[in-house]
Design a protein around this ligand. Structure first.
Ligand SMILES: Nc1ncnc2c1ncn2[C@@H]1O[C@H](COP(=O)(O)OP(=O)(O)OP(=O)(O)O)[C@@H](O)[C@H]1O
Length: 307
């Protein structure tokens, strides 16, 4: 399969500080790839370079085989971009705006009308066609932003923090829409929120201080990010001191009569030691599992450490 996006040895410097260093990324199929990183990690810089908004200091980016710097017009035919602040015109209606963006994309004039209808249908904004953009809710403005990124049917759709600032209902709708889009397009989506990336992405690229620190499937990421707490169900709950006596246990938090959260030092041998202690002291262990609910915190700690 031909590569949709290929980034080779990409580096970018703003005056004296490097925002991106030696980045290599390849996307060859539809689906959603998450670009995860804390604030200032280099996500927007990378996306702006991919989309030809910013010229890189070093390295090469090709989209659908075209170099974004050397053949920008060809490359941009296959890029749809939703920047962090959507480029909307408040005094345009949805229809006016989408016709305008289609013209900016130098689309074949005879195809624009049908393309506008199709993208409105896809993003669920058809019923607001003649409403001014300034009178739309945040969630609908975001949809219009996504619609302009899709209008020319690019192979690659780049969404910079698309779920930022949405309320819980809008979030659910936006995730659903992005998943639908990913059936036909390769989507690169950035976020600084791990749980957000987990909800929508199959693959994740984590960057910190401009460098890739992890790139694989979301499942592999969960294994890489070993949580340092466990959820343990015990029929005969012991006293705190008995749990703290198990080697590696640093803190315990009783959640219910039978469930306890155990914080440990990161040594994976903890499971076996808890099982052994339970057998010896008749705690009647029912279940022991990695505590994924705190992974967001682990991610925050990891990203602070690498800064
Ligand atoms: N125009 C600029 N001039 C100078 N430095 C910049 C500029 N834009 C970004 N930076 C710096 O480059 C680094 C990467 O920024 P970037 O915006 O790419 O990160 P990010 O991961 O997108 O973070 P955020 O989510 O906060 O936008 C940061 O240290 C930032 O301060």
């Amino acid at each position: 399969m031909s590569s949709i996006l290929k980034i080779e040895q990409l580096s970018h410097r703003y005056s004296s500080t490097w925002a991106v260093r030696d980045l290599n990324i390849e996307i060859s199929q539809t689906g959603i790839v998450g670009l995860l990183g804390s604030n200032g990690a280099g996500k927007s810089t990378t996306m702006n370079i991919i989309c030809g908004v910013l010229n890189q200091t070093e390295g090469k980016v090709t989209v659908d085989g075209f170099d974004i710097r050397e053949q920008p017009e060809e490359a941009k035919k296959n890029i749809g971009f939703l920047p962090q602040t959507p480029p909307l015109y408040a005094d345009f209606t949805i229809d006016e705006y989408l016709h305008y963006t289609a013209n900016l994309r130098a689309m074949d004039k005879t195809k624009i009308k049908a393309a506008v209808e199709e993208v409105k249908e896809k993003t669920g904004i058809g019923h607001f066609s003649s409403r001014l953009i300034k009178n739309l809710s945040g969630g609908y403005k975001q949809r219009v932003g996504i619609a302009q990124a899709l209008i020319h049917k690019p192979r690659l759709v780049v969404l910079d923090e698309p779920t930022n600032g949405l309320d819980p209902n809008q979030l659910i709708e936006a995730r659903k829409l992005i998943k639908e889009i990913a059936q036909e397009h390769a989507v690169l989506l950035s976020s600084h929120i791990l749980s957000e990336i987990r909800l929508v992405c199959k693959d994740v690229i984590m960057i910190e201080a401009g460098r890739v620190v992890f790139a694989d499937t979301m499942d592999a990421f969960d294994n890489y990010m070993q949580p340092n707490s466990l959820l343990v169900m015990l029929q005969n709950m012991p006293a705190e001191a008995a749990l703290l006596a198990v080697k590696g246990v640093q803190k315990v938090e009783f959640l219910t009569e039978k469930q306890v959260r155990i914080y440990f030092d990161g040594d994976p041998g903890i499971n076996e030691r808890i099982v052994a202690a339970s057998m010896e002291q008749n705690w009647r262990l029912k279940e022991i599992s990695a505590d994924k609910s705190l992974l967001d915190d682990t991610f925050k700690q990891l990203s602070t450490l690498s800064n």
